[in-house]
Design a protein. Structure first.
Length: 407
């Protein structure tokens, strides 16, 4: 099972590696994955022959071959007892850490490698692929949706139900960009810091979402984590413990969620709605297992692909009442001097979404911050606990991991 407060953490990350690509330094997803995996193994001080299992998210958008995890271990000449893709959309990669912990707890593995890479904009037409992958072929695709237009429906409903405004969304973009300008690999860093006037003057992509309220694809990234037992982790220099984990999936297409009338989770709010996400249930599980409260979290890395998702996810995670999440941004609480530094690499909005690897980017940033090796800005007080949240699909799935420097 995943860690519980009764037994303490089951698993820990003892190796981490990351890799980056750009238009001037093109690398395909396999090369990024190999670079990151080799760096993670070197960081852990183990050989590839010691890895028992490999988990990835779904196949990269820039390399759509099926059974991608099998292709990776073949490329690495690294036979394992099991490898698999976790395909809860992007949330599957976040969930891979929980699956690794379960393998370790069951005595089926000593070392598990979790990894992901992508470089969407460097190899494919991401706009053309997006809605085709995430829209209903019968009831949505005939109307020609894009990913922004699907997410805009949730933004409109959120504004209607809770009186949230475009000015609130602008605060999210401003806060993320303030972090992003300090990160060497952030896709929007070159534009400098922004203000509300600049955000609200940018053109609509899909009303009410303006250009600065939308993430960009941004280069290519790869990340890999070596996971082992908490007991074994004591032999390593800088272990990061998995304190709690949770995940949930509720639907596939947005229209399915709009029609949902019943669910096993009471964390999803009164149904039907599209202003609560599966992250609320994932967070309930993760905090219950960790045995800590929201006040014990020093930092968070979450999946804000569009500005309205920042407040919604903070609410689902329990850091704010429903409809009040934008206040954390307005009050500066997510900034470098705030009590909840958030998306410290710029997040998906400013660091960018290289593709399916964006959830791994959040893990990489969390671990770097916990270790005190951030590539960009860091708060004055080094965090001891970081929450990592991953989403996938059209509000379809969520996973939450709580990481800590100590058990």
């Amino acid at each position: 099972m995943s860690p519980s407060p009764a037994t303490g953490p089951v698993a820990a990350i003892v190796g981490m590696g990351d890799a980056y690509a750009s238009r001037d330094n093109r690398k395909d997803p396999m090369r990024l994955a190999v670079e990151a995996a080799r760096a993670a193994l070197k960081d852990a001080g183990i050989g590839r022959q010691q890895v028992d299992a490999v988990f990835t998210g779904r196949s990269p958008w820039a390399d759509k071959r099926s059974q991608w995890s099998n292709i990776f271990i073949s490329h690495m000449q690294m036979p394992v007892t099991i490898n698999s893709e976790l395909t809860m959309h992007g949330a599957g990669l976040t969930a891979s850490l929980g699956m690794a912990a379960q393998m370790i707890a069951a005595g089926k593995a000593e070392y598990v490698l979790c990894l992901q890479s992508d470089a969407t904009e460097l190899f494919v037409d991401a706009v053309a692929m997006g809605a085709e992958a995430d829209a209903d072929p019968q009831f949505e695709i005939p109307y020609g949706p894009t990913i922004p237009s699907l997410y805009a429906q949730a933004a409109c409903r959120y504004m209607h139900e809770f009186g949230v405004t475009e000015e609130d969304f602008a605060q999210v973009a401003i806060a993320n960009q303030a972090w992003g300008v300090k990160h060497p690999h952030a896709a929007k860093a070159r534009f400098g810091e922004i203000d509300a006037e600049k955000v609200l003057a940018s053109p609509y992509v899909s009303s009410p979402l303006r250009r600065w309220m939308c993430s960009t694809w941004g280069g290519g990234t790869g990340g890999a984590l070596v996971v082992t037992s908490a007991g074994n982790a004591r032999n390593f220099a800088a272990p990061v413990y998995l304190l709690g984990y949770g995940s949930a999936s509720t639907h596939e297409y947005l229209g399915d969620r709009m029609n949902m009338r019943r669910a096993r989770f009471d964390t999803l709010g009164p149904l039907p709605n599209i202003t609560h996400t599966a992250t609320a249930e994932a967070a309930r599980q993760a905090f219950a297992q960790a045995g800590i409260g929201r006040d014990d979290i020093d930092m968070a890395q979450i999946s804000v692909n569009f500005a309205h998702m920042g407040p919604i996810l903070l609410e689902d995670l329990g850091f704010a009442e429903k409809g009040k999440g934008a206040r954390l941004y307005r009050e500066g609480r997510t900034g470098i001097d705030g009590d909840l530094p958030l998306d410290t690499n710029g997040g998906w909005l400013s660091f960018g979404q290289p593709g399916i690897s964006c959830n791994m980017d959040s893990y990489v940033e969390a671990i770097r911050q916990l270790r005190g090796t951030a590539l960009g800005a860091a708060p004055s007080k080094r965090p001891q606990t970081v929450l990592v949240q991953g989403s996938g699909g059209m509000l379809a799935a969520g996973a939450v991991a709580i990481l800590g420097n100590r058990t």
